[in-house]
Design a protein around this ligand. Sequence first.
Ligand code: C2E
Ligand code: CA
Ligand code: CA
Ligand code: CA
Length: 279
Amino acid sequence: AKTSGKHTYRFFDPKFYDALRNRLQREADLRHAIEHDQFVIHYQPRIDVKTGRTSSMEALVRWAHPTEGILQPGSFIDLAEETGLVVQLGQLVLDKVCAQIAHWTRTGDVMVPVSVNVSSRQFNEADISRIFREALARHGVDARLVEVELTEATMMNGDQDINSALHDMHKQGLTLLVDDFGTGYSSLAKLQQLDFDVLKVDRAFTRELGRSDQGNVFFQAIITMAHALGMRVVAEGVEEERQLDILRALGCDEVQGYLLSQPLAPTSSQNGLFRELHR
Ligand code: C2E
Ligand code: CA
Ligand code: CA
Ligand code: CA
């Protein structure tokens, strides 16, 4: 028994075993959380640079963990993606967002569209356009109040199926956004062919503004290109006043970031979410 024990240990490195057990535990937790709906949505406004008003809000998921508190997506979204649980999670998020929009409509709050992040697995493994159509119908929500964010990577790895899903969603009246723009290698042809409405430039490029001439030139080029293709441009991760000034001078349409507002719980709608930018 002793020798076989030793033998066993060579194959089952305890550290590897711990990591595996941890991961399986985490996956089980996440599955349980989805089944018991332990998620909440926070909303971060996108501000129109010209009018200073909230033009839209991004829905960002948080896990209200029973013992660990509110967890940011950075701690679970990769696992959800790898395990495929992101498909069910995405469904849950969309349902919550539609219910919230319906609530805001009933209570007569100022209405702006809400954008929802959709991962590549949702495009590949589910009939995503049908899922949106059914969620909108179930909650009686107008398609013009919902926007869809997909990353440049998702878009570029997509096959014909993604293209037709996107066309279908556009026909429903949903607004389409390219997220994290600048981090992938999308072609102009693809952007135009898929008829995107909005380009969201990745935070990494916002960070470069005012630090180097190149940073500003890059942004200017994106804005010029996007406008030529009939798209609006959003800068994400705006944290400094100086960045906002430069973006305004460059003709950027909308800004999002901690300078304007953190993502907020929907109950903050009276005191921040629909706030105007007073400058
Ligand atoms: P993302 O789509 O690029 O979302 C923007 C992230 O930047 C959010 O992080 C937001 O809180 C953060 N952020 C906003 N303003 C600033 C700023 O001024 N500075 C900095 N440093 N960060 C800022 P969050 O909420 O932790 O989400 C992280 C990522 O998780 C998102 O990146 C998105 O890829 C993913 N995610 C969030 N919610 C969902 C969801 O419902 N479904 C899916 N599939 N992914 C989601
Ligand atoms: Ca996003
Ligand atoms: Ca982004
Ligand atoms: Ca990002």
